[in-house]
Design a protein. Structure first.
Length: 265
């Protein structure tokens, strides 16, 4: 069973909810454009994968999709956030044998500053907070985001837009809120995400347009690339103008990307 909750000032979730107590859940965040959820098929696939890998019962999408359509029909540009928790129950960490899932649907304002990032580019500091390796959760967007909270907290001491995040082997993984990819010698590379990190919906959709090689990438290799970009469902593709002291010509970066997209079209 599942209960759909529309997020508002008057909505509430039980203090015994496993999402609150243990981070036992997952979520996805999408952009709404003219009453439509962009890349909904990918967001739906993410929710299905998270439910399967975390041992949740299958979501009832007909009811969820009907609810979403009602909530977003009048939205020109906004953000849709879907949070799924396992609900109440179980003994301590052990989940209940039968779950009544809570699905919290929020419609939020679109971050206005994202529009300018495509023109100005984004600067990245290298985060001192590294990601732990956990293959069982790798790629999933779970409710356990304490690493990202620490990363954002450390970023406040930097004069950068976001942080480049490494794993404990000092391999590049992602930024605090986006995936990362680079162009080198007309080839597109992106970090492997089989031990940690989030497999972003926008990055997955980009794989339909570009041949992307997922590989182990060091900071040195990334800074020596011809162009570097970050991407997520809300900001889409944004060129990186700097990583620490290394700078990139974002006009040249955008030109390289446009050439590859045109070639693959």
């Amino acid at each position: 069973m599942q209960t759909i909750i529309t997020a508002s000032e008057t909505s509430s979730v039980s203090t015994r909810d496993r999402g609150l107590n243990y981070g036992d859940g997952f979520f996805t965040t999408a952009i709404i454009t003219h009453g439509q959820v962009e890349h909904w098929a990918y967001h739906k696939a993410r929710l299905i994968e998270c439910a399967q890998r975390l041992g949740f019962p299958a979501l009832e999408f007909s009811a969820l999709e009907s609810h979403i359509i009602q909530q977003i029909a009048s939205q020109v540009q906004a953000v849709l956030k879907i949070v799924v928790t396992r609900g109440e129950g179980g003994r301590g960490y052990a989940p209940p044998s039968e779950c009544n899932l809570n699905i919290i649907v929020s419609v939020l304002p679109y971050p206005a500053h994202y529009h300018s990032l495509h023109e100005t580019g984004i600067s990245l500091a290298i985060s001192p907070i590294k990601l732990a390796l956990q293959p069982h959760l790798a790629g999933l967007k779970t409710l356990n985001r304490l690493e990202q909270v620490l990363i954002k907290n450390a970023l406040q001491a930097e004069q950068s837009d976001d942080a480049l995040v490494l794993d404990y082997n000092s391999n590049v993984i992602e930024t605090s809120a986006a995936n990362i990819f680079a162009i080198k010698n007309n080839k597109v590379i992106s970090p492997r995400l089989d031990e940690c990190g989030i497999k972003g919906v926008f990055l997955q959709s980009l794989c339909d347009k570009l041949a992307i090689e997922f590989k182990t990438i060091s900071v040195d290799e990334l800074t020596q690339a011809d162009a570097v970009f970050v991407c997520n469902s809300l900001m889409k593709i944004v060129p990186v103008k700097s990583i620490g002291e290394y700078c990139f010509d974002i006009a040249h970066s955008q030109s390289l990307l446009n050439e590859l997209l045109a070639k693959e079209a």
